[in-house]
Design a protein around this ligand. Structure first.
Ligand code: AMP
Ligand code: MG
Length: 338
């Protein structure tokens, strides 16, 4: 079933501001995005929000030009209503409200985490996966059960991406550090093809079905200070952190009887976590899916897709209820589509 127009999606939960589209049949089009990359330190929510305000109109105009669309082609504005950083979310919501009011079309506020799941399912043709959502701010193992995406396990402190970024920052590597940690790990393996973890052991991040990464961060930082080569610790850090995520995901497969893993979030761009997931799935006769990097990272297209799905269920967000929810939970959103 087609909507009578295009859905514009607005993503603004953290460092990335992004507009994306799905066409009237719900077919995604690539997003136009801008990402704040602070010279030093982490992301300051206020600075990120200012960045978003500055880039918004140019991104939207570029997207419309590329897709040869005019404002009349839109039937719905979808935006990330949560979870995320307050000032960033509020910028996206303000843009959504203005566009919706000005164009006299409805808007729908959507759950950012659910959007990661739905774009992954759509892109990979995955039906009923365990989602391993590994991003900067979030690390969750999620399954659809009884009409909701339920969080079966999650980080008790920081997200795995945030842990990698902080470790990198402790060693002078600017945000985002995750990709550099991956590059350093690969270099260590190239130079040490028979590398072992002996002498590079770090605390294990699994706590039942949950995870915790700050102990790992402290121990890895200390290991470098104590003289281990940075590249070797990057490698060990990836091995420990990703093995922990994969272990919880595997247990989720076992408990639920599901047969698919779907990776999502920026850390899912990492080749090693992809490989670990594939290996684990191969051993259990399951399948590991991962969308293209442009749909792993935060993007407006996934917000547009979820908006399209919600709209077809008759859901819209009235102005009075359009406020953001920094703490929105993955299982807050009823999942009523197939
Ligand atoms: P997100 O929060 O989903 O937008 O993703 C951003 C996070 O993904 C940051 O913490 C990045 O460091 C991390 N990230 C991106 N690419 C990689 C990679 N190749 N390996 C590890 N982490 C990555
Ligand atoms: Mg995200």
């Amino acid at each position: 079933m087609a909507n009578d127009g295009w859905v514009l999606g607005i993503e603004s939960t953290a460092h990335t501001f992004s507009f994306g589209l799905v066409d009237p049949h719900g077919i995604p089009r690539p997003s136009f995005s801008g990402t704040l990359r602070p010279d030093k330190g982490g992301i300051h929510p206020r600075e990120a929000a200012d960045h978003h305000v500055n880039v918004a109109s140019e991104l939207l105009l570029s997207l419309m030009k590329k897709e040869q669309l005019s404002a009349n082609d839109f039937c719905l504005i979808a935006y990330s209503q949560g979870p995320g950083m307050g000032p960033c979310l509020r910028t996206g919501a303000a843009v959504a409200r203005s566009l919706s009011t000005h164009l006299k079309i409805p808007m729908v506020g959507v759950n950012h985490c659910v959007a990661h799941i739905e774009i992954g399912r759509q892109q990979c043709g995955s039906d009923d996966p365990i989602l391993l959502y590994v991003s900067g701010g979030n690390t969750q193992v999620i399954a659809r059960l009884d009409g909701r995406y339920r969080v079966l396990g999650e980080t008790l402190d920081i997200g795995v991406g945030n842990m990698l970024d902080k470790f990198a920052r402790n060693h002078g590597i600017p945000f985002p550090g995750g990709p550099v940690v991956e590059k350093n790990s690969n270099r260590w393996l190239e130079q040490n093809p028979n590398a072992t973890l002996e002498g590079l052991e770090l605390p294990y991040a699994v706590h039942g079905m949950d995870l915790a990464f700050s102990g790992l961060l402290t121990a890895a930082t200390k290991m470098v200070a104590d003289g281990s080569p940075l590249d070797s610790v990057c490698w060990s850090l990836q091995e420990h952190a990703f093995a922990a995520c994969i272990e919880v995901a595997e247990r989720a497969l076992a408990h639920t009887g599901k047969r698919e893993i779907l990776l999502g979030g920026g850390v899912a761009c990492n080749q090693r976590i992809r490989e670990m997931s594939k290996l684990m799935c191969a051993q259990r006769g399951a399948t590991s899916y991962v969308p293209e990097p442009k749909y792993c990272i935060d993007n407006g297209t996934m917000i547009a897709l979820l908006g399209h799905l919600e709209f077809r269920q008759g859901r819209v967000t009235n102005l009075d209820f359009s406020g953001v929810d920094q703490e929105m939970r993955t299982d807050q959103t009823p999942i009523t589509w197939p």
